[in-house]
Each structure stands twice: as C-alpha cells, then as structure tokens.
Design a binder for this molecule. Structure first.
Ligand SMILES: [Cu+2]
Length: 165
C-alpha cells in the first residue's frame, strides 16, 4: 500500500515540469527568472511613408538570467520585429536579451517595423508600444518621433557580438 502514493506524486511532479516548458503562460505566479529589464534610447525616425515606419530602442538586462522579446504590439498599427542580416531584413519571432547585456535596435540592425499605421507619425509626437517577453512582464514604451537623421548618443557602437558592416 505504501508504494502507490509515492508513484502518483512522482507522476504529478513530472507533469508539472513538462508543462513548465510551454512558456506561453505569461501570467503565472512564478517569479521572473532573474531578468531585470529596462528600456532606453527609444525613438522613431520621422518616416517618409504615411503607413510604415521603423522604430529603435535598447533593452538592458541587469539581471542574472536571459529573457526573450517575443512580440511587440501597438495601437498605432501592426508591429513586427526585424533583424538585418547582410543588408537584408527579415522578420524574427523572438530575440534574446542576454543576462547582464543588451538587446539593441539600431539603424542598419534590429528594428521594429511599423506597418498599416493609422496615421503618419510626426515629429513631436510619440508612438506607444508594448514589449512582450518570455519571462518578464510586458513593458510599455513611448517612442518619440525624431528627425529622419536623428542618431541616439548612447554608446550604441559598443554593442557586443555584432561587429562589421
Ligand atoms: Cu524591417
């Protein structure tokens, strides 16, 4: 009689461990996996198109665990995440925010792609987006619309793992 409850408990634990791998449940009570995210250097260069724009920002992770940007949403229009490889941009499903590191969106590299904008973003306005992560809570960021030639002055040139253009 003693063996059976133990076996049942093992089975339950196994099921919990398996379901923990799904990762789609953004509202679970488990603590964030150690990622500590903040967002800076956010902007949108004044777009020439009235329905499309690119957006840039830097996500800094001061925590001990990596996280992943899984999607970006905005009431202003459709947003997708693009990376640029050999001068060609392509949509990506997710991008890693490394532990004690940064995920940098910058001209010529990763960018947010706005499409089907309801109205053309103008200088002085800002566009709010919501960043969704695999582990951390969503973060809402306002991207101010800057001049088309605007360059942030936040040491972007030193981002790691992506040298040479
Ligand atoms: Cu793009």
């Amino acid at each position: 009689m003693r063996g059976r409850p133990v076996l049942a408990a093992v089975a339950v634990i196994g099921a919990l461990a398996l379901s923990g791998c799904g990762g789609s449940d953004s509202d679970s009570d488990s603590p964030a996996a150690g990622a500590e995210l903040s967002v800076g250097a956010a902007y949108i260069p004044q777009p020439v198109s009235d329905s499309m724009a690119a957006g840039f920002l830097t996500i800094t992770n001061k925590g001990d665990a990596a996280d992943e940007l899984t999607s970006v949403t905005s009431e202003a229009g459709d947003v997708t995440v693009h990376e640029t490889v050999d001068g060609t941009m392509k949509q990506v499903e997710r991008l890693e925010v490394p532990a004690h590191g940064q995920l940098v969106f910058k001209s010529g590299g990763n960018h947010l792609m706005f499409e089907k904008l309801k109205q053309q973003p103008k200088r002085g306005q800002s566009v709010a987006v919501e960043l969704h992560f695999a582990h951390s809570d969503p973060v809402t960021v306002k991207l101010p619309v800057k001049a088309a030639t605007y360059q942030p002055t936040t040491g972007h040139s030193e981002h790691s793992g992506h040298s040479g253009h």
